[in-house]
Design a protein around this ligand. Structure first.
Ligand code: ADP
Ligand code: NI
Length: 213
């Protein structure tokens, strides 16, 4: 197992080598570490959680549109290492359910999936989440903020994916919604602290923007 994890780490590192838009290899490392800690606390199967966490973004539709539908990269890697087909199916099912896609987001059907999804979402909030949002916004040519463009709530998967809104709006359209969407108690407690930090950041940002501080 240790060799398989080391190989998955090297594989993910290679896939994300070029990314600087919020999806770099360090995101995968943090999701792996957090997901394993959640799995330990919640009694989930750690090997499955570890592999799903390490591979959860390698076939992301934004990053790799050609392989997203069938998770060709994740499946190809796991097959090349002789992982049994039932285990590959469990891992790809977890990856299928992980993404935030507005109102079409799902609660994962397994405890292992919940640990991976909660870990992925924890990395989108708090100080690192703020950094990732602005990195993503910059990489996609988005304005930081525009008071004339209101955030849009209750988007479908297609609307959410097509949205080209400002980075500040992303806080209202996703980041502030995540704490209530955590599935495990362990992640819910961590999310509360990160959420308080996000809200303090937004207050300060808007006060500085308006010139009231
Ligand atoms: P995840 O790793 O959770 O699957 P995504 O692929 O949805 O993340 O996005 C990568 C990072 O960029 C996340 O931190 C996310 O919050 C951020 N992000 C996604 N869309 C936007 C956006 N429209 N504006 C700013 N940040 C965004
Ligand atoms: Ni992710």
């Amino acid at each position: 197992m240790e060799q398989l994890i080391a190989d998955a780490l090297a594989f993910a590192k290679d896939v994300f080598a070029q990314d600087s838009g919020g999806h770099d290899f360090s995101h995968t490392l943090r999701v792996w570490r957090t997901a394993c800690a959640l799995a330990e606390a919640e009694g989930a199967e750690i090997p499955t959680v570890a592999l799903a966490a390490l591979l959860h973004d390698v076939d992301d539709p934004k990053l790799s549109p050609g392989t997203a539908a069938h998770k060709d990269r994740a499946v190809g890697f796991l097959r090349s290492r002789g992982v049994p087909e039932e285990e590959i199916a469990r891992i790809t099912a977890i990856i299928d359910e992980v993404a935030f896609v507005g109102e079409d987001s799902v609660v994962p059907s397994t405890l292992e999936g919940k640990c991976v999804q909660d870990a992925d979402r924890l990395d989108a909030i708090g100080a690192v989440g703020i950094g990732r949002a602005f990195a993503y916004g910059g990489a996609h040519g988005r304005a930081m903020y525009d008071p004339d463009v209101p955030p849009r709530l209750h988007m479908t998967r297609e609307e959410y994916r097509a949205s080209r809104s400002t980075t500040l709006n992303h806080f209202y359209e996703k980041l502030l919604l995540l704490p209530a969407m955590m599935s495990t108690d362990t992640a819910r407690a961590l999310a509360q602290e990160r959420d308080a930090f996000l809200r303090a950041f937004l207050d300060e940002f808007l006060a500085e923007w308006d010139g009231t501080r």
